[in-house]
Design a protein around this ligand. Sequence first.
Ligand code: FMN
Length: 328
Amino acid sequence: MADLRTYLMGLQLQNPIIIGASGLTSMPDGVEKAAHSGVGAIVLKSLFEEQILAVLGQEMAGLDLNGYPDAEAFISRTAWEESTDEYLRLISESKRKAGGVPIIASINCVGQGRWADFARRIEEAGADALELNIAYVPFSPQISGQEIEKKVLSTVKETRSVTKLPIMVKLGNHYSSLPHLVHGLSKEGANAVVLFNRFFRFDFNLNTMRLSGAQPLSSETEYHESLRWTSILYKRVGLEIVSSTGIHNANAAVKCLLAGASAVEVCSIIYKKGWKIVEAIFKDMNILMDSLGYSSLDGLQGKLAAINADRPEEYHRLQYIKALTDIY
Ligand SMILES: Cc1cc2nc3c(=O)[nH]c(=O)nc-3n(C[C@H](O)[C@H](O)[C@H](O)COP(=O)(O)O)c2cc1C
């Protein structure tokens, strides 16, 4: 059996498979199942701004706030507290049920406000680390890419100022210079980056003539972007890397580790195949590592990263890789 232990942000993980934030980890029972499956760490479902707004909506239903200028602020405070208290209970319950498997809390922060302060309470509730899923969507033609990046950096800076927890930042893949942004995240005190968040696919339903979500689960062919950027960023940006999206099997997981990932996050494959797939992935990883001549992740991790490439020019001309390898 290969030794699959890995380090991430100073935490020792028994193996590099992390359960990504999702409904699978929205309740302590789900967290317990994840821990029993043998994974190395567990990211809890994110606390979303929308959850707080939903509580706020219920509270405001039927109330006439005209003439009570403080009422809205008060209600907004209670909505905040109700949603966040519930999340803090999830953290402490999950810690109890996870049997020592590290628990990573997750905040989906699209707006600005009290998120950073909340990180302090997450630390007090016992989380081992914090994942910030930062998803600013630039709807306005007035907002430049630089402004979006500044918001991302300031979210991390604010969070770092209130907590000593290891912070990993989960990003989408649509930034114009990912190495520059990720290096900036490292300067603001982040410890790792998750490449990438998978945004819900946008679609229209022609029967209802309304907006709808397309397939929420990834396919096994979607890991390539994560693999590409993991290999480009490894050891260049001062942050550890967790690969994510489309990692459905041992092959994809081992490729991401070879590219330089410290760990990988998986989600869709668990929805598709159930918790038993985790054991199957470990079994296949062992077989694969044995065939490649590795008995542990030492030496394997980063072996195929751009920084270690025999032919760095291939990494600089990635869009031409097919041409370089004579497919055409
Ligand atoms: C049903 C569902 C719920 C999700 N909820 C969250 C969430 O709360 N926070 C988050 O950061 N990502 C969330 N995600 C995204 C996953 O954590 C993951 O990044 C994405 O599914 C890509 O990984 P995969 O290809 O292994 O599924 C969710 C995904 C699914 C399918």
